[in-house]
Design a protein around this ligand. Structure first.
Ligand code: CO
Length: 133
């Protein structure tokens, strides 16, 4: 079951540079930064009420998000919904023929387990489902 929007992720060349708009112009706070080695990114989280903006910066030229930036430029990358059982959602969606990017749920930023659903199955937006662990 989907509980809430966990975060809205934006692909950026630099977390620190992109965060300046949110901190200096909107008065929000960059709460923390974290590297996610298996996705080759550094992410920065900005709390916005009950949800977050996640700034996603590639750490290597072969990071998937580096390809996204090269083709589309900085901008909305994915929306993440928090679920109560990520493994059950994974199995259910896979059985329903939904196109899933990851072979199985992965460890994500902020102590979560998560997987991505391909935009072809969602109407054009990359969607992440994540569970807090
Ligand atoms: Co995310």
């Amino acid at each position: 079951m989907v509980k809430k929007v966990a975060h809205i992720a934006i692909a950026v060349p630099s977390v620190d540079e992109a965060a300046r708009f949110y901190t200096e112009q909107l008065g929000l706070k960059l709460e923390r930064k974290e590297t996610v080695p298996h996705r080759k990114v550094t992410v920065g989280f900005i709390q916005v009420g009950d949800t977050k903006v996640e700034l996603v910066q590639p750490d290597t030229p072969d990071a998937p998000v580096a390809g996204f930036l090269a083709v589309r430029g900085p901008g909305l990358h994915h929306i993440c919904f928090e679920v109560d059982d990520v493994d059950a959602e994974f199995q259910r969606l896979k059985a329903a023929g939904v196109r899933i990017v990851d072979p199985e749920p992965q460890a994500g930023a902020g102590g979560t387990r998560a997987f991505f659903i391909h935009p072809k199955s969602t109407g054009g937006v990359l969607i992440e489902l994540s569970q807090r662990v």
